[in-house]
Design a binder for this molecule. Structure first.
Ligand SMILES: Nc1ncnc2c1ncn2[C@@H]1O[C@H](COP(=O)(O)OP(=O)(O)OP(=O)(O)O)[C@@H](O)[C@H]1O
Length: 261
């Protein structure tokens, strides 16, 4: 169980060149164990999605050393992609397809047999109450229905590590419960869950360890209780305190000024 599944040393990432160069990740060091739910949080633009895209082998240029399940990411991205799942923030589905067709396509890319694909996708479609829509074109789906298919697609290959970038967007309260329960069970099975989200109440409840980044650097790392530092603060309050938003609250009087007439 608790072996290192992701090791990150001195991770830096910049976009653009010359005067337009922007450093987004400024030296991240993390060691993440399997069987844990990692809540990866931070303000807008802090570098969360960039980190996830690098770890999933989508962004291939970066500085530093990363190992995923003992394999250096550089040079092994295909082997690693076989063992991970990724639920992107703004996932593009092939919407002219039905869920069955789409999941079949994704499973085939992972070299799964058609029996394996239909067994796993049927169970997951049923779990999310989507089995009755399995033959319906996805361009007729609501946002939440599409999101459920993205989550199922991220799990179809039975990944050892599941990366989720704001996975609950569009999901109703019942579906959020289903996802939370599912992630907890998957972690108990030994999978690593790398969960990036702005929904502090969910992160607070499900994470074994919370990593807060701000401006491309880790500013807090620990269990929720450790981040609270003997206070009764909610994760939202801890977040505000550590990322400076707490000091900006008074500025909301600007709103009164703007709309006073
Ligand atoms: N392809 C790109 N080219 C240039 N800049 C980029 C690119 N992708 C991301 N950035 C910049 O990198 C910074 C971090 O972006 P990122 O998407 O990682 O933030 P985030 O923490 O996920 O934010 P959010 O919570 O708003 O989703 C932002 O300033 C963004 O503008």
């Amino acid at each position: 169980m608790n072996e290192t599944s992701i090791s990150i040393r001195g991770l830096k990432k910049a976009f653009g060149k010359g005067a337009a160069k922007k450093e987004v990740l400024k030296g991240i060091d993390l060691s993440i164990n399997s069987g844990q739910i990692i809540g990866y949080i931070g303000p807008n633009g802090a570098g969360k999605s960039t980190t996830v895209k690098i770890l999933c082998g989508i962004l291939t240029s970066f500085e530093g050393e990363i190992e995923v399940m003992g394999l250096p990411l550089r040079g092994n991205d295909i082997a690693i992609k076989r063992k991970i799942g990724y639920v992107p923030e703004n996932g593009a589905l092939y919407e002219a397809l039905t869920p069955n067709e789409y999941l079949n396509l994704v499973g085939t890319l992972f070299d799964m047999s058609s029996e394996q694909i239909s067994e796993r996708s049927n169970s997951l479609l049923q779990y999310f109450g989507m089995e009755k829509h399995s033959h319906q074109r996805m361009d007729t789906f609501s946002k939440g229905m599409k999101q459920k298919i993205l989550i199922i697609a991220g799990l179809i290959n039975n990944p050892d590590i599941l990366f989720l970038d704001e996975p609950l967007s569009g999901l109703d309260a019942n579906s959020v419960i289903l996802v939370k329960d599912m992630l907890t069970r998957l972690a108990h099975q030994g999978k690593t869950i790398f969960y990036s989200s702005h929904l502090m109440d969910v992160v607070e409840k499900i994470s074994d360890r919370i990593i807060l980044i701000d401006d491309g650097q880790v500013v807090a790392d620990g269990t929720f209780e450790e981040l609270q530092q003997d206070s009764k603060a909610s994760l939202e309050q801890v977040f505000s305190k550590l990322t400076g938003a707490e000091n900006r609250v008074g500025e909301s009087s600007v709103i009164d000024d703007v709309f006073k007439n």
